[in-house]
Ligand binder design. Structure first.
Ligand code: ADP
Ligand code: MG
Length: 390
């Protein structure tokens, strides 16, 4: 168990909080502020307790001087200030006198935002390679370190692992929620425990399948990866996405977890631009499978109806292109009706579900794409491991 913010007396302390403000931006404007909103409970708690809150985050990737302008956190600071209805002091530097003086002058309940941590990557990739000098310097600015940047916790950077090794530390409420809803649920699920996997490639999900298959009561496979499984079963899949190298792995899984891995029975195929629904075995050489069909939804629903825990990663079809979003959408409807804990992991899955209007329909939608996949793989994340145990 990791220490949380609740284990510390934050009053009057300089609390360094690593948040994930890596929001999508277009033409200098924030297009989705969900990540800022997700960090509010942690920030508000620290402010209420009388902390001096010093925020660190990265935004985008910084490879050249020109990347700095469009990836400044200034706009994020303004949005945060609006959301908190409170002044946020933005320091346009990642180190130096202005930052140190700004922190020195803070009072209890004040909040300060440091410029994009990755600006330090121009200086020999110091942030992304967890340069010891940088982590030590940042840690020298505060008394307590709280990591709440779930989306970067699978990386070992100066602003998470680096700072954490020098200060009393804890996790924030967002990371706590992610651990409770992914890691702890996998360890001890209420059964029946059903896992739904989809997305493009089997090779991206090998670690997830290996970790989850022994624990789940059934694994329902859709999306592009289903066609590699079907091909491994000897079914002709035409021009569908097939990950040839993963065929032996699929064969092994089908044998090892015989009866537990459930594959689609029908498919929505594209012939040129026209969609056609048919049984998987009727797929023609020229066709490409882009979604699961209604019979498969019915089959999957049968498993989901009386389930108590569901974890879903990977869209059921090429949801970006109409009408191949139908399988993913119908699955959302099914999951919305059942009486189970439903947890969504994976970057594309989360954005598909939110775009389809199911943002508030499920128990938990993970805020970290890569990080949530690594938790599903059963891995320990360095940004969380670096935090003190209770
Ligand atoms: P996540 O980011 O949630 O882990 P993935 O990255 O594994 O999910 O998969 C998402 C991608 O899979 C989407 O871009 C989607 O279009 C693609 N996909 C799903 N089904 C198919 C399919 N049948 N053929 C091709 N691509 C597919
Ligand atoms: Mg993805």
């Amino acid at each position: 168990m990791k220490k949380t913010m609740r284990e510390y007396d934050l009053k009057g302390k300089k609390v360094l909080i690593r948040v994930d403000f890596n929001v999508p931006m277009q033409d200098g404007q924030i297009t989705d502020d969900n990540r800022i909103r997700e960090s509010l409970p942690t920030i508000e708690y620290a402010l209420e307790k009388g902390a001096k809150v010093i925020l660190f985050s990265h935004l985008g990737r910084i490879k050249t001087e020109e990347d700095k302008d469009k990836n400044s956190l200034r706009k994020v600071g303004e949005r945060l200030s609006t959301l908190l209805s409170k002044k946020v002091l933005f320091i346009p530097d990642t180190r130096g006198e202005a930052l140190e003086k700004g922190i020195e002058e803070m009072k209890e309940g004040d909040i300060l935002l440091v410029e994009n941590t990755r600006f330090e990557d121009l200086n020999g990739k110091k942030e992304s390679t967890n340069d010891p000098e940088l982590g030590t310097y940042w840690a020298s600015l505060g008394d307590i370190y709280i990591n709440d940047a779930f989306g970067t916790s699978h990386r070992s950077h100066a602003s998470n692992v680096g700072i954490a090794s020098h200060l009393p530390s804890g996790i924030g409420f967002l990371i706590e929620k992610e651990i409770q809803n992914i890691e702890e649920v996998i360890q001890n699920p209420e059964r029946p425990f059903i896992v739904i996997l989809g997305g493009s490639k089997v090779s991206d999900k090998i670690g997830v399948i290996e970790n989850i298959a022994p624990k789940a009561d059934a694994i329902l496979i859709g999306g592009g990866m289903a066609y590699t499984f079907l091909k491994a079963e000897g079914i002709e899949v035409g021009r569908s996405l097939v990950d040839e190298e993963s065929i032996p792995f699929c064969k092994e899984m089908m044998q090892k977890y015989c009866g537990k891995i459930i594959l689609p029975i029908d498919t929505v195929n594209a012939i040129e631009e026209t969609p056609r629904t048919c049984f998987v075995s009727d797929t023609k050489e020229t066709e490409m499978g882009l979604d699961i069909g209604p019979a498969t939804i019915k089959l999957f629903s049968h498993y989901l109806e009386d389930s108590k825990t569901v974890i879903w990663n990977g869209p059921m079809g090429l949801f970006e292109k109409h009408p191949y979003e139908e399988g993913t959408k119908t699955l959302c409807e099914v999951l919305n009706k059942i009486d189970a804990k439903v947890i969504i992991g994976g970057g594309d899955t989360a954005s598909a579900i939110i775009d389809m209007g199911y943002k508030n329909s499920f128990t938990h939608i993970s805020t970290g794409g890569g990080a949530s996949l690594e938790l599903l793989e059963g891995k320990k994340l360095p940004g969380i491991e670096a935090i003190e145990d209770i």
